[in-house]
Design a protein around this ligand. Structure first.
Ligand code: ZN
Length: 138
C-alpha cells in the first residue's frame, strides 16, 4: 500500500458500521489503526517482537504522524524495516477487519499477530524491505 493511499484513507474515509470487535459506533481509519484496543494489542505485539522502542499508536495522535515519528526516532539502520513493518501491520489489520465483516471470521489478536510475523518473514526473504534488519532470527 502506497503511503499516499494510506494517508488518503486516514484522512477521508469513514467506514460504514462498527468493527466486529468494538463497541464504537462510527468507525474511522484513525480508530481502526490507532485508537482501537484490538489494534493497539496488535501493535504492541508486533513492535515488541522486533524490539522496537516506538510507542504504540493512540487515538490522540494522527496515525500518519505517529508513523513518521516512530520511524524518525528509530536508529537509521532500522528505519526502513520499521516503515515496512508498519505498512504490513496496518494492511493486515485492515484485511482482518474485512475478513471478520465479510467472511464471518472470528477476530483474534493471536492469529492476526501470527499472520503478521509470518508475512514479515516472507517479505524479509523477498528482500528490498529492510525487514531482515529488524526481525529476530527464528
Ligand atoms: Zn475499536
Amino acid at each position: 500500500m502506497a503511503l499516499d493511499h494510506l494517508h488518503y484513507l486516514l484522512g477521508e474515509l469513514l467506514l460504514p458500521g462498527a468493527l466486529p470487535w468494538c463497541l464504537q459506533e462510527e468507525e474511522t481509519m484513525q480508530h481502526l489503526l490507532a485508537g482501537c484496543s484490538f489494534s493497539r494489542q496488535i501493535w504492541h505485539e508486533t513492535l515488541s517482537w522486533v524490539r522496537s522502542p516506538a510507542d504504540i499508536p493512540n487515538s490522540d495522535t494522527d496515525f500518519y504522524t505517529w508513523w513518521e515519528t516512530a520511524c524518525n526516532r528509530s536508529p537509521s539502520s532500522a528505519r526502513k524495516g520499521l516503515a515496512s513493518l508498519i505498512i504490513l501491520t496496518a494492511w493486515w489489520i485492515w484485511k482482518h477487519r474485512n475478513a471478520c465483516i465479510f467472511d464471518g471470521e472470528q477476530p483474534s489478536t493471536s492469529r492476526l499477530s501470527g499472520t503478521i510475523r509470518d508475512e514479515a518473514c516472507m517479505w524479509a526473504k523477498a528482500g528490498g524491505t529492510g525487514l531482515h534488519t529488524i526481525i529476530p532470527e527464528r
